[in-house]
Design a binder for this molecule. Sequence first.
Ligand SMILES: [Zn+2]
Length: 166
Amino acid sequence: MRIGYGFDSHEFRPGIALKIGGITLAHDRGLGGHSDGDVLLHAITDALLGAIAAPDIGALFPPSDAKWKGADSVIFLREALKRVRDAGYGVANLDASLILAAPKIGPHAAAIQTRVAELLGVHCDCVGLKAKTPEGLNLDNAAVAHVVVLLEKSPKPRKAVRRKKK
Ligand SMILES: [Zn+2]
């Protein structure tokens, strides 16, 4: 088994869409960043990469590369998941904490949980999602995500299975 941890934060800015966990939420501001600013998917991506000691999201998708400007963060997550599978692991479960003052995550939690589970190819009950407000942190204009992920060795690495079929 392997454990991975990911952290990310982005600042709220007016005039852009708010994306969290691959879902677009109705809000007057979005999260600024070079890509679509999806703080949760970035933290999940880094947790997956960290679990297999791979280079982090900033090394694989450098903000200096114009290619990733406004990019859908699902691309980053898929690459991390591919590396996890190629290394012979699968996701056992994931637990995430989101810290933001607004909007309220409660009404969207099930949709985010479902989307993240779908992206990771795991059951919904393998994705924990908690949302908190930044009490006493003076972080009302930012969104923060912390994620831990547990990987387990796959019975048969994906690559080996593919080779046998040829
Ligand atoms: Zn980020």
